[in-house]
Design a protein around this ligand. Structure first.
Ligand SMILES: Cc1cc2nc3c(=O)[nH]c(=O)nc-3n(C[C@H](O)[C@H](O)[C@H](O)COP(=O)(O)OP(=O)(O)OC[C@H]3O[C@@H](n4cnc5c(N)ncnc54)[C@H](O)[C@@H]3O)c2cc1C
Length: 419
């Protein structure tokens, strides 16, 4: 049996794997990218049909290529993002092999580097880069496992027609939950949205998109959360031509019934925490703080951007906030489906090396693992807030490729007697 040998093996060909390959190519690092499906598969089949990028086309892309067919301020549909990544990989002839799954990676006990078992044979590599995605395994809290009702994760939601007739309970009000609830309500469904703590930046303010604001305010580059604060979900949408800030009061006036965090299920009845108003108010404060920071930036830099006082208008409290619902009878409300927009976990069951901390999370510094020769790219907060996003992963990949190149230089060093 012949074993293929390569310097660096990248696992996964989403945006992270493609960016990694570009930078490794630039550094002349011999490498191979293995992808179990197709390039950028998640953007094709891993998300709902109507999804568009959350950031405008000028922002949500790699520096080396624009979205040619799209206005820079428009929001690119998901399939087009996948096409873009395929085109991008072609641009530099990325050595990507698709349809090959990496089943196991472990240290080579007989030599340097790693032995990689794949669905199509064994490979030896000096280095491995995991680019297997920040959102891998859909997580559904087990609180409703005994309920006899259709339940799907947002990862399996495609469109309103997929769900049986009836009202829908959407649990989770980050970008996915909000967009799915909005789409279901607009399709004529009765929708309930269980809303936890969230941030909600303005879609745009004073003629600039929030992606621009996060950039100039240094927020994309923020390296970690402020001590004592926990990560909360961010509610944004590029839907409807990027025409709207997520405003929970507005969603309620539109017809969605807001609820607090989902507490427990018991024989067709669901209870909710009394935190709806706190969560909405906290999101509102986050929004207002954002406007304050933007105003201060404009003032400090003497920018001539039009004032937008109406951005500070707050809608009246809807009925679901003045009289919060704390318990729902699913049958009585005609709820026939639950969509869990409750996030994802990581899965490194295939990576059997000493690269994880006591909580099973990758132990690394800016993607360079504590286990020499192992790298991670594409994870949320890998080096900064922007790390899991299209433009951010490109910069992390550059750093990691630089590290690999430097290590190769050390390995290639020869002393006087060897030269
Ligand atoms: C609903 C949603 C909307 C988003 N919208 C935006 C947005 O608008 N803008 C933005 O910048 N970001 C957005 N993101 C965040 C991020 O850009 C995407 O999650 C993106 O897909 C991450 O790219 P990635 O390459 O890191 O991972 P993925 O796209 O998940 O790619 C990882 C690849 O690894 C492969 N793989 C995994 N395990 C193996 C294995 N063992 N062997 C071989 N291959 C393997 C998978 O098949 C997959 O193709 C969104 C995320 C979600 C969930």
């Amino acid at each position: 049996m012949t074993i293929e040998k390569i310097d660096t093996l990248v696992i996964g060909a989403g945006q992270a794997g493609v960016a990694m390959s570009e930078h490794l190519s630039k550094q002349d690092v011999p490498h191979l990218v293995l992808e179990r499906n197709r390039i950028a598969e998640q953007w094709r089949t891993g998300r709902w049909d109507s999804l568009v990028a959350n950031g405008p086309a000028w922002h949500d892309r790699f520096p080396g290529l624009e979205f040619e067919e799209h206005d820079p301020d428009s929001f690119v549909p998901k399939e087009k993002i996948a096409d873009y990544l395929v085109d991008y990989a072609k641009k530099f002839d990325a050595p990507i092999r698709t349809g090959i799954e990496v089943k196991n990676v472990e240290r080579n006990t007989n030599g340097q580097g790693f032995i990689i078992e794949t669905s199509q044979g064994t490979i030896e590599a000096k280095r491995v880069v995991s680019a297997t995605g920040p959102f891998q395994v859909p997580v559904i809290p087990p609180i409703a496992k005994n309920e006899k009702i259709t339940q799907i994760h947002s990862a399996d939601y495609r469109n309103p027609e997929q769900l049986e007739d009836g009202a829908v309970l959407v649990v989770g009000a980050g970008s996915s939950g909000v967009q799915i609830a909005d789409e279901l309500q607009r399709s004529g469904r009765k929708v309930f949205l269980s809303t936890g703590p969230h941030d909600r930046p303005p879609r745009s303010y004073r003629n600039r998109d929030f992606c621009w604001w996060l950039g100039v305010l240094g927020e994309w580059d923020r390296e970690s959360l402020e001590p004592g604060t926990e990560h909360v979900t961010i509610a944004v949408t590029g839907a409807h031509g990027g025409n709207g800030t997520v405003d929970f009061r507005a969603l309620a006036h539109q017809g969605i019934t807001l609820l607090g965090m989902t507490k427990e299920f018991n024989n067709g009845k669901v209870t909710f925490q009394k935190d709806l108003n706190t969560n909405v108010e906290r999101g509102n404060k986050n929004y207002m703080d954002f406007l304050d920071s933007a105003d201060a930036y404009i003032e400090r830099n003497g920018l001539d951007l039009p004032e937008e006082p109406t951005a500070r208008d707050v809608l009246s409290d809807p009925e679901c906030m003045t009289n919060p619902i704390l318990e729902l009878d699913l049958a009585k409300e005609g709820i026939t489906s639950i969509v869990w927009a409750t996030g994802f976990a990581l899965d490194y069951s295939w990576l059997n090396v000493d690269a994880f901390d006591e909580n099973g999370k990758p132990a690394h510094q800016r993607g360079v693992s504590t286990e020499p020769g192992v790298y991670f790219v594409g994870q949320a907060w890998l080096s900064r807030r922007g790390s899991a996003f299209i433009w951010g992963v490109w910069h992390d990949a550059k750093h990691i490729a630089g590290h690999i190149s430097t290590q190769r230089t050390y390995s290639a060093y020869q002393d006087a007697s060897q030269r």
